[in-house]
Design a protein around this ligand. Structure first.
Ligand code: FES
Ligand SMILES: [Fe+2]
Length: 348
C-alpha cells in the first residue's frame, strides 16, 4: 500500500432523524380491518384500529388506556367506541371517554389521541404529524383510477419488521445502480426521477428475463408508494401488475415494511377471491429473490450514511434525500423550491 498517494480512509457520517415523518402512512388493505380491534405498534407507541359497528368507518386511537394502562386492542368494539378490557371504560372514535360503568362522573381529563384516517384505493391510511396538526391538502392521497378498473385481484399485503430507520427504504427510488445486483435487472434503458411537492416518481424501463419492462413508481409523501408496471414479451399478452412499497416507523431505529401486490385475475378465477389471493401469494413467493423483498438483506445490516461517496453512474440520491427531508420538518419550514417540478434524467 502506498500511503503517500492514497487518501485517508473515508469517514462515514450517519445520523438518525430527530422526529417521525409527517404524512399519510398506508397501514394495509381495507379488508384487513374489522370491528375486531387490531393492535398497531407504530411511532414508538401502541395504537388500536377498529371499524365502528354502525358506520364501518375505520378509527385509530392511542391504545394505552389512561385509566390504568391496559391496551385497548385487547378490548372490544361497541357501536363506534372501543371498550377497555380492564375496567370497561368506553372510548369514542373522537378519543373522549363516553362511559364508565361504575362511575357517577367521567373525569374531564379522560381523553386519548384519535388519529386521522383515510380510505382510498382499497387501502387505509393513517396521518402522522409530530406537530399534532390535521392532514394538509397538499399531501392528499389521490384516487387511482387503475385500482378501480375491473379485473384486478384484491391487494395482497405482506409485512416484515426491519431493524433500521425507515428512511433507508426511500433511497431505492433514486438508486439506479442497485437494480442489477439486487433485483437482477440486466439492462436499464431509461431511468429518470421527477420530484414535485410531496410527490416523487421513478420512471424506469429495462430488459428483464420476462421481456421489456416499463415501470412507474410514485411516493405520495413519506409512507405510501404505488408502482405500476407492464412487461411486454413477443408472442405473449402484456403482463400488467401493481405493487405497493410502504413503511410505517415502529421506532426511530425500526419500521414495518409493507409490500402490496395486485395482479390481473386469470381466466377461470373470476369471483373466487380465495383462489385469486392464493395465486398472488404464489407469484410473490416465486419472485421473492428479485422483488422488493431482495432489499431486506441489505437493509438489515447496512448503516445510515449521510455523506455517501456517489459516482457519475449513480441516480439522483442527494436530490431524493432533499425531497424526503421536507417530511422531517414542520410544514412552515418546507422550502418553497420543492413545489417546483424537477426532472432528473439519469438514463446515461
Ligand atoms: S385500564 Fe382501561 S378501564 Fe381501567
Ligand atoms: Fe430495491
Amino acid at each position: 500500500m502506498n500511503s503517500q498517494i492514497a487518501p485517508a480512509p473515508y469517514i462515514i457520517h450517519g445520523s438518525l432523524p430527530d422526529r417521525y415523518p409527517r404524512g399519510w402512512f398506508c397501514i394495509g388493505a381495507g379488508y384487513e380491518f374489522s370491528t375486531e380491534p387490531k393492535m398497531l405498534n407504530y411511532f414508538g407507541t401502541s395504537l388500536v384500529a377498529y371499524r365502528g359497528e354502525d358506520t364501518g368507518k375505520l378509527h385509530v386511537l392511542d391504545a394505552f388506556c389512561p385509566h390504568m394502562g391496559a391496551n385497548l386492542a385487547d378490548g372490544c368494539v361497541k357501536g363506534e367506541s372501543v371498550i377497555c378490557p380492564f375496567h370497561e371504560w368506553s372510548w369514542g372514535a373522537d378519543g373522549v371517554c363516553n362511559d364508565i360503568p361504575y362511575a357517577k362522573k367521567i373525569p374531564v381529563k379522560a381523553r386519548i389521541t384519535s388519529w386521522y384516517t383515510h380510505e382510498a384505493n382499497q387501502l387505509v391510511y393513517l396521518w402522522n404529524d409530530p406537530d399534532g396538526n390535521p392532514p394538509i391538502k397538499e399531501q392528499a392521497i389521490p384516487d387511482e383510477a387503475i385500482v378501480a378498473e375491473e379485473g384486478w385481484t384484491p391487494w395482497v399485503i405482506r409485512r416484515v419488521h426491519v431493524e433500521n430507520n425507515c428512511r433507508e427504504l426511500i433511497d431505492n427510488m433514486a438508486d439506479k445502480a442497485h437494480f442489477s445486483p439486487v433485483h437482477g435487472l440486466p439492462e436499464i434503458t431509461h431511468f429518470s426521477n421527477v420530484s414535485e411537492g410531496h410527490k416523487y416518481t421513478q420512471f424506469m424501463n429495462g430488459h428483464s428475463e420476462n421481456g421489456l419492462m416499463k415501470s412507474e413508481a410514485t411516493y405520495h409523501g413519506p409512507g405510501y408508494m404505488i408502482h405500476k408496471s407492464t412487461t411486454v414479451a413477443e408472442g405473449e399478452p402484456d403482463r400488467r401488475f401493481m405493487s405497493l412499497v410502504m413503511n410505517v416507523p415502529t421506532s426511530m431505529e425500526s419500521f414495518e415494511f409493507l409490500a402490496g401486490f395486485k395482479e390481473r385475475v386469470p381466466e377461470g378465477m373470476e369471483g373466487d377471491i380465495d383462489a385469486q389471493t392464493a395465486y398472488v401469494n404464489e407469484l410473490i413467493d416465486d419472485g421473492v429473490e428479485s422483488s422488493v423483498f431482495a432489499d431486506l438483506a441489505i437493509w438489515k445490516n447496512k448503516c445510515t450514511i449521510d455523506n455517501p461517496i456517489l459516482c457519475d453512474g449513480d441516480g439522483p440520491v442527494t436530490k431524493l434525500r432533499q425531497w424526503y427531508a421536507q417530511f422531517l420538518v414542520p410544514v412552515d419550514q418546507v422550502p418553497e423550491s420543492l413545489q417546483e417540478k424537477r426532472i432528473y434524467d439519469k438514463t446515461s
